[in-house]
Unconditional design. Structure first.
Length: 93
């Protein structure tokens, strides 16, 4: 499912349909937040559907982040990513 199909009100034929009014800018900001929220929820759902035993700790952490951020999957995902990053800022590759 794409965001375009989810939000049918988006005009795709105009080169810059959002710059006509302040109300339109508010719509753009709302769409951006909802789109980010939708994408974050899709990522969370995919991770939690995983069954690899070695990833259970990450799934448990993600569940905790989701519980701490009800209704805000984008914040839960950000919190999970921050927990998983290397504290020294070094790449593990």
């Amino acid at each position: 499912m794409s965001a375009e199909r989810t939000y049918d009100f988006i005009q795709c034929d105009d080169t810059d349909p959002w710059m006509e009014s302040a109300a339109a800018s508010a719509e753009v900001r709302h769409f951006a937040r909802e789109s980010l929220r939708w994408q974050a929820q899709e990522i969370i759902d995919e991770v939690l559907r995983g069954t690899v035993p070695g990833e259970e700790l990450s799934r448990a952490r993600l569940r905790r982040c989701v519980a701490q951020n009800p209704g805000k999957p984008e914040r839960a995902l950000l919190q999970q990513l921050m927990l998983n990053r290397d504290p020294q800022g070094e790449s593990t590759q």
